[in-house]
Design a protein around this ligand. Structure first.
Ligand code: TXA
Ligand code: MG
Length: 325
């Protein structure tokens, strides 16, 4: 089960010798490498099947070390780091010299965060350096929230998997670009827009999937094998039953208001009323419905407040147009 001190020492050794370690964070599992080892960083892209132009997040052990990795930290970024780290917030800042261009996809900015998970923090402390880690899934697919998900998806591609139990938050970190005059949310995530605004004392633009153009963010991402179709909550049951009658193997995300409905579908995931619980379960639901052989998932969007903003963003992307191969 949960990684022992021995496992953590061993994992730090794997990182020092250029290996890859999958590590738990409070958001999702990451596929980690020594951030300062370009060859190890290159292996991450290989194992994930991710284009090398997509920048990674550098995980560090504490907010005090931020200036080792970035330059020119504006006061707003300092405030956010002090307030939300360790936690599910990533700050994009000007790249420090320690960070190789391989980790930033060639950009002069770098994404940094301090994860809030005892195993990740113990590994960062034992290793001593920064760990660059994307989510530990194949490019474009659903992020892993358990060690089993990582093993199932990456298998032998990773040298060691540290088990830290199921992730508490369940969706990725909120990414804030703090390089400009006013911070901008690039990706909604585990820290809500409302909480960021309360600390900053100003309002932040609501990101839109169609408008935001960030390297490494595609309309189709976080996608299960099954096609995902979004409908109004009150239409979920009827649409699911119709598609099932038409011969699909339908998986349903049943909204909490319809929890008592007996749906004629292939598989049902009961959406929790609490957004925190929904975020925690979201990727597990998508994996589960895939595993049950669903070819179509019918879901609806939650209200886009608090964690609902990140959940809606991931569902939209899961439903986004798939690249044609
Ligand atoms: O919660 C998380 O953030 C997880 C855990 C493992 O920390 N990590 C994660 O990494 O979600 P990944 O690689 O799946 O997503 C990181 C995203 C990239 O897709 C990219 O959009 C953005 O961060 N990013 C990284 N560096 C950036 C930069 N310099 N400028 C703009 N966006 C950047
Ligand atoms: Mg990812």
């Amino acid at each position: 089960m949960t990684a022992s001190t021995n496992d953590i020492e061993k994992a730090a050794g794997v990182l020092r010798t250029g290996g890859l370690v999958a590590l738990p964070t409070e958001t999702v599992y990451g596929l980690g490498a020594n951030a300062e080892d370009p060859a190890a960083v290159a292996r991450i892209f290989q194992v994930k099947g991710r284009p090398p132009s997509h920048p990674l997040i550098v995980h560090i052990g504490s907010a005090d070390r931020l200036d080792d990795w970035v330059q020119d930290v504006p006061p707003a970024a300092r405030l956010l780091a002090e307030h939300f780290w360790p936690g599910p917030l990533t700050l994009v800042l000007r790249r420090g010299r320690r960070v190789p261009l391989e980790a930033t996809g060639g950009l002069q900015t770098v994404a940094v965060r301090v994860p809030d998970h005892p195993v990740a923090l113990a590994l960062l402390s034992a290793f001593g350096g920064g760990i660059t880690a994307p989510s530990a899934n194949r490019f474009g697919s659903v992020s892993p929230t358990t060690a089993d998900h990582v093993r199932a998806e990456l298998g032998d591609g990773v040298d060691m998997v540290l088990d830290g139990g199921p992730c508490e938050v369940g969706v990725e970190s909120t990414i804030v670009d703090a390089t400009g005059d006013a911070p901008v949310i690039l990706r909604p995530g585990g820290v809500s827009r409302e909480d960021l605004e309360a600390v900053l004392g100003c309002s932040l633009a609501v990101p839109s999937t169609s408008r935001v153009r960030v390297p490494g963010q595609h309309p189709s991402h976080y996608a299960p094998r099954a096609r995902v179709v979004l409908v109004e909550p009150e239409k979920v049951v009827a649409e699911a039953e119709l598609a099932q009658e038409l011969g699909h193997r339908v998986g349903v995300f049943l909204p909490p208001a319809f929890a008592d409905a007996a749906v004629k579908a292939h598989a049902v995931a009961a959406v929790p009323a609490s957004m925190a619980a929904y975020a925690r379960e979201l990727y597990g639901f998508l994996r589960e419905l895939d595993q049950q052989g669903c070819d179509l998932i019918i879901a609806s969007l939650p209200t886009e407040e608090g964690l609902g903003l990140a959940i809606a963003n991931r569902l939209r992307r899961a439903a986004g147009p798939r690249p044609t191969v």
